[in-house]
Design a protein around this ligand. Structure first.
Ligand code: NAD
Length: 247
């Protein structure tokens, strides 16, 4: 099947499915200039995965923040791309119930997505692990030492070896009865996030490289997410979706 036929098939799958959700990963934001972790040549080659874990933060906050603050700053400054905007438009038109994201960059919200579950947290704020006082994320760029108690400040993102946040368990519930899950820009190698695909009746994978779950998908489109979602949106000009704009 050629690319154009795949887009038509995807549009028809969405139109004929009762409950459609998207699960996004770092790949949807690379076109906004934020590196992902697992594409060749990207962030993982420059950052040691072990150094982004909770134990690494506790062991050496200075090294941890030296590694992570620069790319978090990229996330904070980035602008949504056509992929984020197309998903927001599909939600607004009623075709997409919402977005479950592994991303911490906040770009879906900045694009206008209203129903969003950030299963790996976000960069909105940070808090002291000792006294639990919270601060805007800008505080971390001044000091990681709490001004109230001298404890260590950490961001509201999920680090390796953290427990999963409430949003993850809510996403599990939201996926109940999901007929079609659009899995966009994820290597599907990070668990438990990757296991969420098992909760949908069928999945479509939009990714520019192979993933371990390609053979479980009803459709695989190996292309840039921004192009695919923009082309897909061209097939939805009317607001006939099953979901009201505000729920
Ligand atoms: P990942 O880095 O493991 O995989 C990204 C996938 O997207 C790769 O398979 C890559 O080939 C693909 N990809 C890259 N650019 C693409 C494009 N333009 N179109 C289509 N596909 C593209 O990402 P992951 O599965 O989300 O797991 C990484 C973890 O790291 C996540 O849990 C996330 O929290 C975190 N992370 C977040 C950001 C962010 O918030 N933007 C960035 C890097 C990492």
């Amino acid at each position: 099947m050629d690319y154009a036929d795949k887009i038509i098939l995807l549009a028809n799958l969405i139109k004929s499915s009762g409950k459609v959700l998207a699960l996004t990963g770092a790949g949807i934001s690379t076109e906004s200039g934020i590196p992902d972790f697992r594409s060749k040549d990207w962030l993982w080659n420059k950052i040691d995965p072990d150094s982004t874990s909770l134990p690494a933060l506790l062991r050496s906050p200075e090294t941890f923040y030296k590694q992570n603050l620069p790319w978090w700053q990229q996330c904070i400054k980035a602008k949504p791309n056509t992929g984020h905007l197309a998903l927001a438009a599909l939600e607004k038109q009623g075709w997409l119930l919402g977005v479950i994201t592994q991303n911490i960059d906040g770009l879906h919200q900045r694009a206008g997505t209203k129903r969003i579950w950030e299963i790996h947290g976000n960069l909105n704020d940070c808090s002291c692990i000792n006294c639990k006082n919270t601060f805007p994320i800008s505080q971390l760029y001044k000091s990681y030492v709490c001004c109230h108690c001298g404890g260590l400040i950490r961001p509201a993102v999920v680090l390796f070896e953290d427990t999963m946040p409430e949003a993850y368990f809510t996403a599990e519930k939201v996926l109940s009865g999901c007929q079609l899950l659009l899995v966009i820009g994820s290597s599907l190698q990070v668990y438990p996030a990757a296991a969420l695909t098992d909760l949908a009746q069928s999945i479509v994978i939009i990714n520019n490289e192979e993933t371990p779950k390609d053979d479980q998908a009803v459709l695989v489109i190996r292309e840039h997410a921004g192009k695919v979602l923009k082309d897909l949106l061209g097939h939805f000009t009317d607001q006939f979706g099953p979901y009201p704009v505000s729920m």
